[in-house]
Design a protein around this ligand. Structure first.
Ligand code: TYC
Length: 134
């Protein structure tokens, strides 16, 4: 993308001034300011971008047994017994709690699997996802 025989002079953000290494025949440009020998080009945008992250949340309700929520946290979010108990109590006391943070497709899959599992076991436990702001 960048040419070895050209000088790239960074200007604002995305803009570069490009100075030709060789001058046009019969011209002299000691300062490099002659517009004949320069051009302004756009710096290429980086091709890669870090993916957005999504929080997977469990919501409190009055009927799902605490043991079932702990089981869900262990089975679908690989939490230890101690971590699972802590998160379950947080959900129970605060109304919602984070089970994990994932890329979009992984979060979507976790939400689907947890809600299906809860529905099949006839518990009203709800799992949702929301974009992580940080
Ligand atoms: N509030 C429920 C109870 O008292 C327990 C519970 C915790 C339910 C977390 C859902 O996501 C939840 N049995």
């Amino acid at each position: 993308m960048f040419h070895p025989l050209l000088f790239y002079i960074p200007l604002r953000n995305e803009t570069y001034r490009l100075r030709l290494a060789g001058l046009k025949m019969g011209t002299e440009d000691p300062t490099g300011d002659d517009p004949e020998n320069t051009a302004t080009i756009l710096k290429p945008k980086p091709v890669t971008k870090r993916p957005s992250l999504y929080k997977v949340l469990l919501l409190n309700d009055d009927f799902t047994p605490m043991e079932f929520v702990i089981l869900v946290l262990k089975r679908f979010f690989s939490k230890s017994q101690t971590e699972a108990e802590k998160i379950m109590l947080e959900v129970h006391n605060q109304g919602a709690g984070v089970a994990g943070v994932f890329t979009f497709e992984v979060a979507e899959t976790k939400v689907f699997l947890v809600n299906e599992f809860s529905r099949r076991k006839r518990h009203p436990l709800k799992c949702i996802m929301e974009k992580d702001s940080s």
